[in-house]
Design a protein around this ligand. Structure first.
Ligand SMILES: Cc1cc2nc3c(=O)[nH]c(=O)nc-3n(C[C@H](O)[C@H](O)[C@H](O)COP(=O)(O)O)c2cc1C
Length: 306
């Protein structure tokens, strides 16, 4: 018998495979493809205090091994989520983490409080959003801001809190340590990397927002490096993501120190990605006669013991 179950921030997950925010709907949208309750967990689409229509078209663009997006956090707002979406989420037998985005520290707190309800296992706090009171710099780029958001969210919820880091920083370790100090129960990384594309016929940027977030296989080596670095610097669990499409990718992240992984762009390439990943990890364990996936977490750091 092999064990795929893991402990994440005190929660038991059936396996370490989660659907990433913005790429997995609220989970139930994937029910036509496979039984979503097989997943270790679901991270909801970014939820804001008020409804957002997002950016105008020119919001997605495929690049070499990657995808640029500037959706602009389109969502119905937290009250719509609680009223219309959460009842559907509750029917799925897996952990649901609400992903929250604020434009002020107070907004993060209000969101955390409103989402402190049954059917939500925890929060994933997206700190890649601009702080409108600090000249629009993202919370996740300034250690003091990242710490303040984490503290405020923790103060307003009884749920587990993982903070999702932005890779658009000089020192990911500094931000990771700040959110740990702020009381985060876990860390997920990475969000998308800022990029752009230009249409040479129109001679103008492709995306309506000019810049967008790069995801997909192109970003995997960066995400992996950051998980490896953060693992050595904090003692809270890490959920790794960024460009994971194959079993090999997921294992690399786990060996670098991730307790669990998220599939993002992979869901847009193959809607069955979650189910295929869970089977693939199981296969790998059986083939390599490994009893428990947890024995692999961070193993790439201890070469001398192998
Ligand atoms: C279309 C799209 C929408 C996204 N929306 C969100 C979001 O609402 N909140 C968030 O924290 N991350 C969002 N992300 C980022 C992903 O959750 C993930 O961090 C990123 O895409 C890297 O993982 P991947 O390479 O596996 O896709 C979005 C990504 C994509 C491609």
């Amino acid at each position: 018998m092999t064990n795929l179950a893991i402990d994440l921030m005190g929660l038991t997950l059936k396996n370490p495979v989660l659907g990433a925010s913005g790429t997995y709907g609220s989970g139930f949208e994937f029910l036509p493809y496979y039984d979503v309750s097989l997943m270790g967990g679901i991270i909801g689409k970014g939820t804001t205090l008020r409804a957002k229509v997002g950016n105008p078209p020119g919001r997605l663009f495929e690049t070499s091994s990657g995808l640029l997006n500037c959706i602009g956090l389109q969502n119905g707002g937290v009250d719509y989520f609680l009223r219309e979406i959460l009842p559907e989420v509750r029917k799925i037998d897996t952990h649901f983490f609400a992903n929250i985005s604020g434009s002020t520290i107070e907004e993060y707190g209000i969101l955390a409080e409103k989402l402190d309800v049954d059917g939500v296992s925890g929060l994933e706090v997206n700190i890649s959003c601009p702080n409108v009171k600090a000249g629009g710099l993202a919370f996740g780029t300034i250690p003091e801001d990242a710490l303040a958001v984490t503290k405020e969210v923790k103060r307003k919820t009884s749920k587990k809190v993982m903070v999702k880091l932005s890779p658009n920083v000089t020192s990911i370790v500094e931000i990771a340590q700040a959110v740990e100090e702020g009381g985060a129960d876990g860390i997920s990384l990475i969000n998308t990397l800022l990029g752009m594309a230009i249409d040479v016929e129109k001679q103008e940027p492709v995306l309506s927002n000019i810049f967008g977030g790069l995801s997909g296989p192109a970003v995997k080596p960066i995400g992996l490096r950051m998980v490896y670095e953060v693992y050595e610097a904090v003692s809270i669990p890490i959920v790794g993501l960024g460009g994971i499409v194959s079993v090999q990718d997921a294992l690399e992240y786990i060996l670098a120190g991730a307790t669990a992984i998220q599939l993002g762009t992979a869901n847009l390439i193959n809607p069955l990605a979650g189910s295929v990943m869970i089977q693939g990890l199981e296969h790998y364990l059986v083939e390599h006669q490994i009893d428990d996936i947890r024995t692999l977490i961070g193993k790439a750091h201890h070469k001398e013991e192998v």
